[in-house]
Design a protein around this ligand. Structure first.
Ligand code: COI
Length: 353
């Protein structure tokens, strides 16, 4: 793979700098182009520098674009591990199909990522709870204003050293149930990781933040009855000892951390069920004392305890606003595999060779 080197490397954030999420970017990026004539081609590593784009480029107008989120972790033996990248490539191609973007060669993307990580490995932060976030993205690059699928695309991977997704770290998050706006509908794009889903969620997110909440808990669009997801996390509830997570009905992102947690729970013989769950059932369980825990899962958010849910103007503090034992077990198990401090019976750590 072609590598174009920088003349001068960037300055990295000093050790101990609070990284936040998505504020710093590494020296290099991976890029690959698509044209109808040549297919995917010109895969290379190049300096991560701003790129000029014609303002009629279709991505700016109709958001025909998709992305993924993964993380790389420095292992105790000094090697670099990525958590289940094959799952992300497969999901990205499913998102591509939904958005009329030509499927890309997953082996080339993986090779590009590994080369990139080898070059930018010095950016992997080492403070507890930090990682190198990986953002693969595809955008439509044809210069035209007609509403048609583009015939040209840019695939890129950029890297960002990150800390906690939430400013308050592992402190339980506060969610407000959104019963006015909707995130996704059946037959829409909710299960694809496409750019527009996130743009569509911002109005509700801003209003929630103004009221002091971290995120919105979305309900289904048809009946405003069933819990869907949080936009940056899939949701889980522990009710009377059973772990329940909303079924993937077509409007929910099929999270890889979600899938991993379900596997861990099954293997530990903790009852876990994927089904539709109404907000009324969650609130009833809270009122009758059987809602033991609630948490969200995601690459950026990892396993985040939910300490408070507001619904119809009433605040419900879950598990006394503290992280519960199943949430803690999942957090320890998943992060133990990711950081290489625990065995990996599933082969989820992919070591960069
Ligand atoms: C992720 O968890 O990687 C996400 O993509 C969620 C959010 C940061 C957009």
């Amino acid at each position: 793979m072609e590598i174009i080197r920088r003349k001068q490397l960037k300055e990295k954030p000093a050790a101990g700098t609070p990284l936040g999420f998505g504020h710093y970017f590494t020296d290099y990026m991976f890029t690959m182009k698509y044209t109808a004539e040549e297919g995917w081609h010109d895969a290379k590593i190049e300096p991560n520098e701003p790129k000029p784009f014609d303002l009629a480029t279709s991505i700016f107008h109709y958001a025909q674009g998709i992305f993924e989120g993964m993380k790389a972790f420095r292992q105790p033996d000094g090697s670099i591990a990525v958590f289940r990248p094959d799952e992300n490539w497969a999901r990205m191609n499913r998102s591509a199909t939904r958005m009329c973007i030509p499927n890309f060669p997953e082996d080339v993307a993986e090779e590009g990522l590994e080369e990139l990580l080898k070059l930018d490995g010095g950016w992997i932060p080492t403070q507890p709870g930090t990682a190198l976030y990986i953002r693969p993205t595809i955008v439509a690059t044809r210069v035209m204003l007609g509403v048609h699928a583009s015939t040209e695309y840019l695939f890129f991977i950029i890297l960002s050293p990150v800390g906690s997704y939430y400013a308050h770290g592992l402190e339980p998050t506060k969610l407000i149930v959104e019963d006015h706006y909707t995130r996704a509908t059946i037959g829409g794009t909710g299960e694809a990781k496409c750019l527009g889903n996130y743009a569509a969620s911002m109005k509700a997110g801003e209003e929630a933040e103004e009221k002091g909440f971290d995120q919105v808990l979305w309900l289904d669009a048809n009946e405003k009855k069933y819990v869907e997801e949080v936009g940056s996390m899939n949701m889980f509830f522990v009710i009377g000892g059973e772990v329940v997570t909303p079924a993937l009905v077509g409007s929910i992102l099929p999270g890889i951390t979600r899938k991993s947690c379900i596997q861990v729970l099954k293997d530990k013989n903790i009852p876990v069920c994927e089904r539709r769950i109404s907000i009324d059932e969650v609130i009833a369980a809270q009122k009758n004392g059987t809602l033991d825990e609630a948490f969200g899962t995601g690459t950026a958010a990892v396993i985040s305890p939910v300490g408070l849910i507001r619904y119809q103007g009433v605040d419900y503090a879950i598990n006394g606003g503290k992280m519960g034992p199943i949430t803690k077990m999942l957090y320890d198990t998943i992060t133990g595999i990711q950081y290489g401090t625990a065995p990996d019976p599933y082969g989820w750590r992919k070591i960069v060779k």
